[in-house]
Design a protein around this ligand. Structure first.
Ligand code: ASP
Length: 332
């Protein structure tokens, strides 16, 4: 039986079967295990996919992959490009602040072995994705939040800096005149970068980083640093990541859902579409917000879907690079 059909028939329970001590400890089954896992990886291709038209970030990730480095290095280095770009007002330094004028950053990262790390609502540190990686690699924890995350970053040698740029401060002061919280679809604050990569060994990793919704309440955290919501990777199956109004993604554990749908046999495109449909079903017709999902499977097939037209995602591989307009639930 092909792995795809096997997975289809056995459904989500397969996850438990493959991760049981039985498969990992029983040496007699090692070869069988390898061939089961291999069934889904005929075409191993390095490839990068990210939310929105982040050419520089995807080019950087591709450069890292092309040098033979891991998907994990590629996503970290790739999304860092946006964290360092002060013109991106949704990620890293230059990000729009919360309603009290504080820039607080969220990020998470996940590797091929299901290890993950995240920082939430962290101030004064320009590269939350790298701090998230340190949380993953150097602590027994998955998430560090607020002051604790910041303190940990200093201990690891990260520099303290002011993340609020003149431009973002000016816009925030303007916003304060009315203090109306009305995110504008696709425009105001949906440039979160979620990135997924497959390296030359066929291993998958993902990263997601954001300054969150502009003018959010102090302490608000969205989907982006939440493993399963803003990002999920399963090296046997694929990965997914999200951008848009995080609360809605958290309510459906969107990225985990999409990976599980792929595990059951859906293509990345079909899985993203179902992920969006679940959110729509929960909202009973009230669709005044944007969500965009992207996904990749073990073969390097990709997909993307959103609620409102306007979302795009970048792919970068040996076949070239593209900014792909995503299909949308609502038509233009
Ligand atoms: N998902 C991010 C959040 O909710 C924001 C965005 O992607 O626009 O914080």
């Amino acid at each position: 039986m092909k792995r795809r059909n096997f997975l289809k028939n056995s459904g989500v329970a397969t996850a438990g079967v493959l991760s049981t001590p039985f498969l990992t400890s029983c040496k007699a089954n090692e070869e069988e295990k390898k061939s089961i896992l291999k069934g889904h990886t005929e075409t191993i291709k390095p490839i990068v996919i990210c939310t929105w038209d982040f050419h520089n970030a995807s080019a950087k990730a591709w450069e890292v992959l092309s040098s033979g480095a891991s998907a994990l290095d590629a996503v970290e280095q790739g999304v860092k490009v946006e964290e360092d770009d002060v013109n991106n007002q949704s990620v890293g330094r230059g990000g729009r602040p919360d309603r009290d004028g504080r820039v607080t950053l969220d990020a998470c990262i996940m590797d091929k072995d299901g290890n993950c790390g995240a920082v939430l609502a962290m101030q004064h540190i320009a590269n939350p994705i790298s701090v998230a990686r340190k949380v993953m690699e150097d602590t027994p924890h998955v998430m560090l939040a607020g002051k604790g995350a910041e303190q940990f970053a200093y201990e690891k040698g990260f520099e303290k800096m002011d993340l609020l740029t003149e431009q973002s401060k000016k816009e925030w002061l303007e916003w304060k005149k009315t203090s109306r919280y009305e995110p504008i679809i696709n425009i105001e604050n949906h440039d979160t970068i979620g990135m997924l990569a497959i390296d030359k060994n066929g291993n998958i990793a993902g990263g997601c980083t954001t300054s969150g919704m502009a003018y959010k309440m102090a302490g608000r955290v969205g989907d982006s640093p939440i493993i399963g919501a803003g990002l999920f990777v399963d090296n046997e199956v694929g990965g997914a990541t999200a951008t848009g109004v995080g609360e809605e993604v958290v309510r459906t554990v969107g990225s985990f859902l999409i990976v599980e749908l792929m595990r059951q046999g859906k293509s990345p495109q079909e899985a993203c579409e179902e992920g969006i449909r679940r959110i729509i079903a929960k909202n009973k017709g009230k669709l005044d917000f944007q969500i965009g999902f992207i996904a990749i499977n073990k073969k390097g097939e990709t997909g993307g879907y959103c609620i409102h037209p306007g979302f795009t995602y970048r792919t970068y591989s040996g076949k070239g690079h593209d900014n792909n307009p995503s299909k949308s639930f609502l038509k233009p």
